[in-house]
Design a protein around this ligand. Structure first.
Ligand SMILES: [Zn+2]
Length: 56
């Protein structure tokens, strides 16, 4: 499971089993975070939850 979060507010922009490129996620939202409306020019945070689950 991969998660891409907004760098500003932590809104989950993408959550799914496949790793997505940041560019693809930005296109999904039109380049703007739907929650805090900040332009997603800066790279959102990418998190691989699958790796975390394996550890715990
Ligand atoms: Zn945001």
């Amino acid at each position: 499971m991969f998660v891409v979060k907004c760098d500003s507010c932590g809104f989950v922009l993408y959550r799914g089993p496949d790793p997505k490129t940041v560019e693809a996620v930005l296109k999904m939202w039109g380049g703007v975070c739907p929650k805090c409306l900040s332009p997603l020019e800066r790279r959102p945070i990418k998190i691989g939850i699958g790796l975390v689950k394996k550890v715990s």
